[in-house]
Design a protein. Structure first.
Length: 650
């Protein structure tokens, strides 16, 4: 933690005449950029015909960039297999859930389970690794590009089915054990052999949820082994660190499992695109979206920075530089937004903020996507903001980011279970976590987003919303940390096999919180249920729980259901509150944990990096940093307008 941040850019030498490369490189350096990512979509340039390799252009590009002083992040090109490869093995194509083959003509047209394709990826990776593994201008690797993008993590193809059967046989050992775990006696679904098991799509009505859950787990393991096949080769030939670029609002595989064998957890940050495209439409906040239309959600990027920072060294390898092309609507960012987003990343310990992309390409799918430069080579407005950031950074020596006092547990398995378990179609796991995260930030708090396997020592407050399975072992570790625990809603209600636990709520959780869930009230988002909490009126929507209380209740729905129940060291939140009530609850929970909440003006956020407090302002109205934050201003001003950044040293 705490490396001085650097700037980077994504560059496509294959899009531009060679005569331009040296000038581009010199301009990058002049703009304060030190890293350049290349080649992730260039397989056809490397191998225009099967087995005929052409690396002269790449040798030259790397030399030119490197000699200009840039560090190259070289990618394996496996997100875009050439047409000739697909023609050689047509069954490498992924099949969608409706049973249709994905077509050729864009990217990511492969199944992770196809071993022939995997072998082809190993070959091209090995050639790259041998050729560039110790090249002094190469500084890091990226495997593939955005695993799972465009709905490609799961494939319902024959290779997936065959490998799924093997995976199940390994997981369960005997078919009887699988039948037991899946509860297949229900509807006469019992299997006699692993070879009878199909993929969980195209069933008459919903497939068995345990079957679906195992298919999700299998898909993650396939991506892990696909990636691992490449990283093993890279490590054999090269000492450089390896990254992959993950995405936002994405749950199709467990990124933590993939990142566990990488050095760097990179992700791609498109704040305005995400504000538009967040898959959950039910609980969106129209006021926030209107106020932040040109800057993005003040917490969405921060949440993902914290999520991925817990998985490895944090890089933002693709930062939105201007308007994009792929969202429902693609507005121009507010002036200063590119610098604001970059600072938000740095506040969360990003070692690299790299813009996508250097120059707008006038052809093909992303013509309307901005770069730091226009297609005629003039600077676009993002360029000045990147330069400003480089200047900001040149005068500062930032402190290292240290562990936050609050942990928010994020779990991919819980996300899948929440999705597969239905009950309320308006229940969106990421939105609930984001709501809790936001409520803490609105109280001036810094949060770490961690997996259930994290080391919890040192935290004062640990939040576990919708952590569907809560084993006794995990509960013991949480209690042993000494932190106060805020569980719920929807926590501890399933077993690992995706069955209901024999006791109503997993017992150690019920014991610690003093609350046992008996039934749930799963609702549409537009039917809020009024509640009172500490003299204020609010509402639960989407989710409430009714149950038995042995702990101390605080607040009530108007029909008598509890809001919060407190045991000794843990509390249970019995529903999904509106933003104001949640803010109030989190303020109380912070105090209960020995922390001091500070009410933030609307849309002002703060993140501590050691003795440096980095303030970012997203709202349309000017604000003043609350007096409770003392310290010397080392960047910006205590009065802040939209997109301003201020740093206090304490
Ligand atoms: C990312 C992707 C890039 C580019 C970019 C456009 O998802 O990795 O290749 O398509 O989006 O915003």
């Amino acid at each position: 933690m705490g490396k001085q941040p650097a700037l980077g850019v994504c560059y496509y030498p294959e899009h531009w005449p060679e005569a331009l490369w040296a000038q581009d490189a010199a301009e990058m350096v002049a703009a304060g950029i030190s890293y350049v990512r290349i080649a992730e979509f260039s397989w056809i340039k490397m191998e225009p015909e099967p087995g005929q390799y052409e690396f002269g252009w790449l040798d030259k590009a790397i030399d030119i960039l490197g000699q200009a002083g840039l560090k190259v992040i070289l990618c394996t090109p496996t997100a875009t297999p050439p047409k000739w490869l697909l023609d050689q093995m047509p069954d490498m194509i992924a099949i969608d859930e409706e049973g249709r083959p994905r077509g050729y003509g864009s990217r990511r047209h492969y199944s992770f389970s196809h071993r022939g394709y995997r072998a082809a990826c190993e070959t091209i990776t090995e050639i790259l690794a041998k050729r560039y593994g110790t090249n002094p201008y190469v500084a890091a690797w990226q495997t593939d590009n955005e695993y799972g993008c465009h709905d490609t993590a799961l494939s319902w193809c024959e290779s997936a089915r065959d490998h799924f059967r093997l995976w199940l046989a390994k997981r369960y050992g005997t078919i009887e054990a699988l039948n037991e775990a899946w509860g297949t006696i229900f509807w006469s679904m019992s299997y006699r052999h692993f070879d009878e098991i199909e993929l969980p799509n195209l069933t008459v009505t919903e497939a068995n949820p345990s079957h679906n859950m195992d298919f999700r787990r299998f898909a993650t393991d396939e991506i892990v082994s696909f990636d691992r096949a490449q990283t093993d080769i890279l490590r054999r030939h090269s000492p450089y660190p390896i990254s992959h670029n993950f995405m936002g609002d994405f749950n199709q595989f467990d990124a933590r499992a993939v990142a566990s064998h990488l050095d760097i957890a990179a992700w791609d940050s498109y704040p305005i695109g995400f504000l538009q495209n967040l898959q959950d439409k039910a609980r969106r906040d129209p006021k926030l979206e209107a106020d932040c239309y040109r800057v993005g959600d003040p917490d969405f990027q921060a949440f993902h920075h914290d999520l991925y920072r817990a998985m490895g060294r944090l890089w933002i390898i693709e930062q939105q530089p201007g308007p994009v092309n792929w969202a429902a609507y693609n507005p121009i960012p507010a002036e200063g937004a590119v610098r604001l987003w970059s600072w938000e990343a740095i506040a969360h310990d990003a070692e690299l903020v790299s813009y996508f992309r250097w120059r707008q390409a006038p052809f093909a799918q992303e013509q309307m996507h901005a770069g730091l430069k226009y297609r005629n080579n003039d600077d676009a407005p993002g360029m000045a903001e990147a330069q400003q950031l480089a200047q900001d950074l040149s005068g500062l020596k930032l402190d290292a980011t240290t562990q936050a006092p609050i942990a928010l547990i994020h779990d991919y398995e819980a996300d899948w279970m929440t999705e597969l378990d239905g009950q309320s179609r308006d229940f969106y796991y990421l939105r609930l976590l984001l709501d809790v995260y936001r409520a803490i930030r609105e109280n001036g708090g810094s949060v770490d987003v961690v997996g259930p396997d994290a080391d919890f020592s040192g935290y004062q407050l640990i939040c576990a919303p919708s952590l569907m399975t809560m084993s006794d072992a995990l509960m013991d570790r949480l209690i042993a940390s000494g932190a106060h625990i805020l569980a719920g809603p929807r926590t501890g209600l399933k077993t690992d096999d995706f069955q209901l636990p024999p006791e109503l709520t997993q017992s150690s959780l019920a014991e610690a919180t003093g609350f046992t869930t008996q039934r749930v009230d799963a609702l549409p988002a537009h039917l809020p249920q009024p509640l009172s909490y500490e003299g204020e009126e609010g509402a639960f929507s989407v989710w409430r729980e009714a149950g038995q209380m042995s702990g101390l209740g605080q607040g009530q729905s108007h029909d008598g259901l509890p809001v919060l129940v407190h045991g000794n060291q843990a509390s249970y939140l019995c529903g999904w509150p509106d933003a104001k009530t949640l803010r109030h609850i989190l303020s109380d929970m912070m105090q209960k944990s020995g922390l001091t909440p500070i009410a933030m003006p609307p849309y002002l956020r703060v993140r501590a990096r050691g003795k440096h407090l980095i303030f970012t302002h997203y709202g349309p109205e000017p604000v003043t940093i609350p007096e409770a934050f003392t310290g010397k201003v080392i960047l910006g001003d205590r009065q802040m307008a939209q997109t301003d950044v201020t740093i206090l040293e304490i």
